[in-house]
Ligand binder design. Structure first.
Ligand code: MV4
Length: 512
């Protein structure tokens, strides 16, 4: 087993990984940027060591492979956990880590590469017998005339996608032939800009799709299983808001079939460690298609942990160290229902713009069946440098109905002052009959916001405290926070006192 792991990430996921290391008796090294000097993840309460890696901008710190590897060497870490985002799906980073005689806690660079390209992975999946969306993927550099012919064959509406794409970039819905050439040109331009790669593929557009993904997990001895699905259809502009498992849409038969397809997909690229197979699911005819694979631990992994009882982060570490994953597919099952709500510092009433500022009051929900994964505490600043995710609120209960009720209560208990959050917005979604009926498709949030202000109307009914008493609460919160922040600050200052005898203090200037 590893003796020491460097966590190349920040915030809630760094803290989640630090906890898993602590439970396994592994020493930890946190890294932090200028903006994170006082952040929880670099605090002695969580990390054994903390190394400063550069300026606030991700490029100069959390995305700087060289400085991360130097930090791992200087601290004598055996392995690096990349978390999610940043360098987690960067094949060249995974390769560099391996060449530096360190273990990358994740899949091989080859697996990451094989799944990194939409067109290539789609071709590989077809070959492996995994259903993919009907469409055309050639070299990706077809002329407009060639693509027009293929689109006609597929039948409108079609979807033009950038091969190198992700997060909806370079994606265009095309309703008829008249719109095609312009969409191709603009998608190419966007793809070239974003990825330096203008290759496109074209496929049938599924307008009523649900996003259902399967967690897969493989060890280094060829054993690979799935840990069931997560339904992630409540999202806006490719940012997920609410995830749940089991999906209210799947029958046991479909679940089994899709799970087997997910295992097949992962095995085709000799996948090891934690990964996710994204499917698009059409409830009108119960068809499903492979969309892409995320070759990392995902933000929403906790709901899978609660329903399967498997600690995914611990097992990521254990299989990376060469251990066998001990459960056969038949031994794995789903117990109860789990939901995750992502608490963002953003303003739904103002086009969901990130809301920055100091957390004047911050009280997390707690109680039986309630878990909060967060990297923030009272007094922290929410800056524009990083994702505005404040916390992940996760509940687990006997069934979907009780899980929804538990989530609604927990959201009421979650108090944040100083920044605006999407808490009330999520209450509106949870209270909506479409959500109760499992009718939320991937476009549902945008459509509901567009068609009427229904979501915001519901909001006032669900959450009257949003109005009226807010200014007074802010003043009280600010006064209380000053006291608490004062206490907290002195704790952090103690922790940042340089220790002249520290064995990991190094002359290369990592730690200031
Ligand atoms: C689609 C689709 C409908 N039809 N493909 C979005 C990003 C990438 N993961 C693929 N995406 C989609 N592909 C076809 N043929 C709808 C989406 C899509 C989506 C997929 C998953 C999660 C959220 C989404 C939000 C909008 C569109």
């Amino acid at each position: 087993m590893f003796k020491k792991i460097l966590i190349a990430n920040r915030g809630e996921i760094a803290i989640r990984i630090l906890r898993a290391c602590k439970e396994l008796g592994i020493q930890t090294v946190a890294v932090y940027s200028d903006a994170d000097k006082n952040s929880l993840h670099a605090h002695a309460q969580f990390a054994d060591e903390a190394i400063h890696i550069g300026a606030a901008s991700p490029k100069e710190s959390y995305l700087n492979a060289d400085v991360l590897i130097q930090a791992a060497r200087a601290s004598k870490a055996d392995a690096i956990h990349p978390g999610y985002g940043f360098l987690s799906e960067n094949a060249s980073f995974a390769g560099t880590v391996a060449s530096a005689q360190l273990t990358f806690i994740g899949p091989s660079a080859d697996s990451i590469r094989a799944m990194g390209d939409k067109a290539e992975s789609k071709i590989a999946m077809k070959k492996a017998g995994v259903p993919t969306v009907p469409g055309y993927e050639g070299t990706g550099l077809e002329t407009s005339a060639e693509l027009t012919a293929h689109a006609r064959e597929i039948g409108y509406p079609v979807l033009v996608k950038a091969s190198a794409g992700g997060g909806g970039k370079g994606m265009r819905v095309v309703n008829n032939e008249g719109e095609l050439s312009e969409s191709i040109e603009s998608a190419k331009r966007e793809a070239l800009n974003a990825f330096g790669d203008e290759r496109l593929l074209i496929e049938k557009y599924l307008p009523n799709a649900h996003h259902i993904e399967f967690q897969v997990f493989g060890d280094q001895h060829g054993h690979l299983v799935h840990l069931f699905e997560r339904e992630c259809s409540v999202q806006r502009r490719h940012q997920k808001i609410i995830e749940e498992t089991p999906s209210p849409l799947l029958t046991p038969e479909l679940r089994k079939e899709m799970g087997e397809a997910a295992v097949k997909a992962a095995k085709a690229v000799h996948y090891t460690n934690a990964g996710t197979i994204e499917f698009i699911f059409d409830p009108t005819n119960s068809t499903y298609y492979f969309l892409e694979m995320n070759t990392r631990l995902q933000v929403e992994h906790p709901i899978t942990e609660h329903v399967t009882g498997i600690d995914l982060v611990q097992w990521q570490i254990r299989v990376a160290a060469g251990e066998h994953f001990p459960y056969q597919q038949e031994q794995l099952s789903q117990r109860g229902h789990a939901i995750e709500c992502r608490v963002y510092a953003e303003d739904p009433a103002n086009n969901f713009l990130p809301s920055t500022g100091r957390l004047l009051q911050y009280i997390e929900a707690k109680g039986p069946g309630v878990r909060v994964d967060s990297g923030f505490t009272i007094g922290d600043d929410v800056t524009h440098f990083y994702d505005p995710l404040l916390a992940k609120l996760i509940v687990h209960a006997e069934n979907r109905e009780t899980a929804i009720q538990r989530m609604q209560a927990a959201l009421k208990d979650f108090i944040v002052h100083g920044v605006v959050t999407n808490i009330d917005f999520m209450q509106s979604v949870l209270a909506h009959e479409d959500f109760a009926n499992g009718k939320v498709t991937t476009w549902w949030v945008e459509k509901s916001l567009e068609s009427n202000s229904l979501l915001f109307e519901t909001q006032e009914q669900v959450s009257p405290r949003r109005h009226g008493d807010a200014p007074a609460l802010h003043i009280i919160a600010a006064a209380l926070a000053d006291l608490t922040i004062g206490n907290r600050q002195s704790k952090i200052e103690n922790r940042n006192e340089p220790d002249p005898y520290s064995p990991w203090k190094n002359p290369s200037g990592f730690r200031t």
